[in-house]
Design a protein around this ligand. Sequence first.
Ligand code: NA7
Length: 548
Amino acid sequence: MAITSDTDATTAGPGGEVRQVDAVVIGAGFSGLYLNWRLRDTMGLDVQVIEAGDEVGGTWYWNRYPGARCDSESYMYCFAFDRDLMQNWEWSGKYPEQPEILRYLTHVADRFDLRRNIQFGTRVMAAHFDETTNRWDVTTDRGDRLRCRWLITGIGCLSSGQIPDFPGRDRFQGEAYHTGSWPHEGVDFAGKRVIVVGTGSSGVQSIPVIARQCEHLTVLQRTPQYMIPARHATVDKAVLDGIKQDYDAIFDKARHSMGGFPYDVTDRSALSVSEQERQAIYEETWAQGGFKFIFGSFSDLRTNLDASETAAEFIRSKIRQTVHDPDVAERLTPRDHPFGSKRTLIDTDYFETYNRPNVTLVDLNTSPIEEITETGIRTSDGLIEADVIVYATGFDAMTGSFNRIDIRGRGGERLRDKWAAGPLTYLGLSVSGFPNLFMITGPGSPSVLTNMPVAIEQHCELVAGIVDHLQEQGLELIEAEPEAEAAWVEHVNELAQPTMFMHANSWYLGANIPGKPRVFMPYCGGMSTYRNHCEKVVANNYDGFMLS
Ligand code: NA7
């Protein structure tokens, strides 16, 4: 059976009239919704948003797999641009589930009447900069042709799902799904034999839920992961009301923090305390759950291998305590990469799931996949028969969604050619040779290393400020200087070098996609430093940009 995937795209149609607008925004997730409101309603621009899905939501429209949940706490995983919106929305739990986030985003779209200039069910296929008109010419898979002054991408960092090219992949006759393009009607696992391939966030969230629903679940694991318990719970209304009263201060703290969270951050080294004290601190932050284990325990878990190893060993001991079968526990125990080198995962009942009699763990390092057959997946240990295969195999992160669009700048230069050896940007926002193109949370910005809505709002506000400035000054174009871009790329690389991030094969480095250049893509200097830097750029008359 064909695998459902959001990566399908038809070619551009013949096209009719060219529609002139001020701005084309690609995507109607958090970024596109906020930009639409900001540019249209506060600046009076003629904006056209183009969205591939049939509703708003972006990531949260597509990722509907069982157990899909955000690992930022709900009271912080929202917009902060409108006080009434913040005060009126009620989150139900500590971590918001996908349906609740989607409800929130549809509520935002309703509240600000955002749908009327969003074209749904449409993919942007190409965007070419025309140097004679200083405009972007945009075409879609429905044959639309638009000409705009500003081209802004809100296409997400993890939107191009990837299913590895396993031999025989298309032979499977059962149901097969990628977590990132899950059927909207849901999947009935009752009485079925299921295989989940992959143990990143999507696998780890879905595995416990699928295990409870299906007859038998086999998990195919390539890399065991470090995980911190979420300690998910319903949110007491009184607590939420208290937070709301303090929202201004909370968001201010988040905006000026490392990760976009309003958490108190310690500057204590894991190596500066006694073993007993260290264990006590780990136990305390472990009991709180979520990212507080990182931010609230020690400052050097992501920068010092010895410090990181103390956290790794603590988590390994928790796995041993939780998983009854010592052999299974050992296979689930990460040893080949340091704690903090891959995306830290937040789980609910993940390790406990392996105590269920209907769950089997297969280590792909000792039993590699040989082929997919009509009835299941064959590893070197034999055929695992299945009715359903769930590919929780991740995304062509950060650059994949750009490469799917034929973006061409000055002289017809293709963005995908320019980025052939890794993404080149200034501030993760702008690319030299591609005037008036802005990328919300593009590669080279804090993006995926932060609480996304905080990063998104900062970028959208920066873009709105730039557009406003150019309009006020009667200027036509803004474009990154090649030298500033080169210096930024070097800076982003330099920052990453001493961190744990360089010690694992992660999607941050493009390592999950065969042939993708190994370059650390996000900016890891922190939200606060990045924000300050951007403010200086603006204050210094758009330092690093050419305005004309
Ligand atoms: P991830 O985090 O990229 O996880 C993908 C998983 O699939 C991971 O366990 C991979 O193993 C595994 N994988 C990928 N390719 C293969 C092949 N060829 N064979 C076997 N296993 C494979 O994607 P998610 O969707 O879980 O999460 C993405 C982000 O969404 C997440 O970080 C959050 O920010 C939200 P590997 O670890 O590479 O060995």
